[in-house]
Design a protein around this ligand. Structure first.
Ligand code: NAD
Length: 440
C-alpha cells in the first residue's frame, strides 16, 4: 500500500514512520522546506523516544520518503492522511485553514480514486467540509467522474511515548461512510492489530467527537484533582493519600489523578477551548469544561503564589532554580507549558530564574532567549538559589542528592509542582517543602 502523510510534525512524522516500519510505502510531506531538508539529512525536528532510529532506518530502506510538494505525490497513492496543525483561532475555535488548504490541493490534483483521511484534531463537520472543498475543486476542473472517500482517524498518541502508543494503540478509531475506505483502513492498520483487534469503526461525526471527548475527559480529571488538592491544603489533608484512597475504586481508576501545576501542551488547552466553542456554535454551554479550563488557568499560577507567600510578597533579586521546562517529561514541546507562565511571573516580580531541562533548553531559548539563565545540570541550577521549583517531573529529578544541594543553596526550600518528593524526608534533611495539595 502507498500512502502520503501531509504535515510532518509530532503526529505526521510518528504516523508516517510507524506505517513505514510495518512495510507501507510512505511519503511525508511538509511545506516547511528546512524541516524536510533536515529530515533527508537525518536531522529529526522533535525529540521523541525511539523515533530517530526508526526515521533513519526507514528512510535508508526507501520505505519512508520526504517531499515538499503535495501536488506531485497525490496520484501515485491509495490514501492521503492530513496531519497538519489545527491551532486555536483568535476566539479559541480550531483554525481549519491548513486542513482546508490540503483539501484544496488534493482536489486540484487528483486524477483517480483516493481516500482522504483527517488525522488532525478537528471539530465535528470538518470531514464534510474537506469533502465539499475537494468536490468543488474537481468540478472546477470538469473532473466530475473522479470518485474519492473521506474518513476521520483521530490520533491518540502521547508525546513522550508517541512511537510506543502508535505501535501498540489502546484503540484505533476510524469514522467513514464508505465500505471501500473501511476495508483499506483495516488493511493499513492490520499489522498493529495482530495480538488484539482494536479498531473501532464509527460514523464520521462520532469519530471527530471522540477525540475531543477523550481529551476533555482527561483534562477534567486533572482539573478535578487540582481543585481537590487546593482544598486538601486548606483543610489539612494530603492529596496523595486522597488520590490513593479514591483511585483504588475500580470505577474511578488510578490514571490521571495527579495534582500538579496545571496541564499544558499542544492538545489539552486548545482542544478544551475548541469543544467549548463547538458547544457555543450550536447554542450549548459546556459549563463543566469551562470550569475545567478556569481551574487550569488558576493552577498555572500556584507555584508562583506559594513562592510569593513564602517570601512575604517580595522576591526581588532572589534566584529561583527551575527544574523542568517542557510541558511534560520526555518531550521538548513547550507549547502552553506552565513553566513559561511561571518564568514570566518571576521575572515581572523582580526575581531571577536559573533553569535546567534535560531536553527542552534549546526550544526554550528559541522562545524566550536569554531572559533567564540556563544551567548545565540540575545541581548547577541550585547554586546560590533561594528556592527550587520543580515544574516537570523528568526522571533525573526524582532522586537528587539533597545533602549536596543543601550546601550550595542560599535557602533550602523546595516547591514541588508535581508532588514527586516526600515531605517528611525533605523536612528531616532541613528543607522547607511545599507540594500541591499537601499542607505544610
Ligand atoms: P505540528 O505543528 O507539530 O505539525 C504540523 C505540521 O504541518 C508542521 O510541520 C507544518 O509545517 C505542517 N503544515 C501546515 N500546513 C501544511 C500544508 N498545507 N502542507 C503540508 N504541511 C503543512 O502539529 P502536531 O502536534 O503534529 O499536531 C497535528 C494535529 O494532530 C493537530 O490537529 C493536533 O491537535 C493533533 N494531535 C496532536 C497530538 C500531539 O501530541 N502533538 C496528538 C494527537 C493529535
Amino acid at each position: 500500500m502507498k500512502i502520503v502523510i501531509v504535515g510532518t510534525g509530532y503526529v505526521g512524522l510518528v504516523t508516517g514512520t510507524c506505517f513505514a516500519e510495518m512495510g507501507t510505502d510512505v511519503t511525508c510531506v511538509d511545506i516547511d522546506e528546512k524541516k524536510i531538508e533536515n529530515l533527508r539529512n537525518g536531522i529529526i525536528p522533535i525529540y521523541e523516544p525511539g523515533l530517530e532510529d526508526l526515521v533513519k532506518s526507514n528512510y535508508k530502506s526507501g520505505r519512508l520518503k520526504f517531499a515538499t510538494d503535495l501536488s506531485s505525490v497525490v496520484n501515485d497513492v491509495d490514501i492521503i492522511f492530513s496531519a497538519v496543525g489545527t491551532p486555536p483561532d483568535e476566539d479559541g475555535s480550531a483554525d481549519l485553514r491548513y486542513v482546508l488548504d490540503v483539501a484544496r490541493t488534493i482536489g486540484q490534483n487528483i486524477n483517480k480514486y483516493i481516500v482522504v483521511v483527517t488525522k488532525s484534531t478537528v471539530p465535528v463537520g470538518t470531514a464534510q467540509k474537506v469533502k465539499s472543498v475537494i468536490r468543488e475543486e474537481l468540478d472546477k476542473r470538469g473532473k466530475t467522474d473522479i470518485e474519492f472517500d473521506v474518513a476521520s482517524n483521530p490520533e491518540f498518541l502521547k508525546e513522550g511515548a508517541a512511537v510506543q502508543d502508535f505501535m501498540r494503540p489502546d484503540r484505533v478509531v476510524v469514522g467513514t461512510e464508505s465500505e471501500k475506505a473501511k476495508k483499506m483502513m483495516e488493511k493499513l492498520y492490520s499489522p498493529f492489530m495482530l495480538n488484539n483487534y482494536r479498531i473501532i469503526f464509527t460514523d464520521i461525526p462520532s469519530a471527530e467527537m471522540i477525540k475531543y471527548a477523550a481529551n476533555a475527559m482527561l483534562a477534567t480529571r486533572i482539573s478535578f484533582m487540582n481543585d481537590i488538592a487546593n482544598l486538601c491544603e486548606i483543610v489539612g489533608a494530603d492529596v496523595n493519600m486522597v488520590r490513593k484512597g479514591i483511585g483504588t475504586d475500580t470505577r474511578i481508576g488510578t490514571k490521571f489523578l495527579y495534582a500538579g501545576c496545571g496541564y499544558g501542551g499542544s492538545c489539552f488547552p486548545k482542544d478544551v477551548k475548541a469543544i467549548i466553542k463547538t458547544g457555543e456554535k450550536y447554542g450549548y454551554k459546556l459549563e463543566l469544561l469551562e470550569a475545567v479550563e478556569n481551574v487550569n488557568e488558576r493552577q498555572k499560577h500556584i507555584l508562583f503564589q506559594k513562592l510569593m507567600d513564602y517570601y512575604d510578597g517580595n522576591i526581588k533579586g532572589k534566584t529561583i532554580a527551575l527544574w523542568g521546562l517542557s510541558f511534560k517529561p520526555k518531550t521538548d514541546d513547550m507549547r502552553e507549558a506552565p513553566s513559561l507562565v511561571l518564568i514570566d511571573q518571576i521575572l515581572k516580580a523582580g526575581g531571577k530564574v536559573k533553569a535546567y531541562d534535560p531536553i527542552a533548553i534549546e526550544e526554550t531559548k528559541r522562545r524566550i532567549g536569554d531572559t533567564i539563565e540556563y544551567a548545565k545540570d540540575a545541581y548547577d541550577a541550585t547554586v546560590d538559589a533561594d528556592a527550587i521549583l520543580l515544574v516537570t517531573e523528568w526522571n533525573e529529578f526524582r532522586l537528587p542528592s539533597w545533602s549536596v544541594i543543601k550546601k550550595t543553596m542560599k535557602k533550602p526550600v523546595v516547591f514541588d509542582g508535581r508532588n514527586i518528593y516526600n515531605k517528611n524526608e525533605l523536612k528531616d534533611l532541613g528543607f522547607d517543602y511545599s507540594g500541591i495539595g499537601i499542607s505544610i
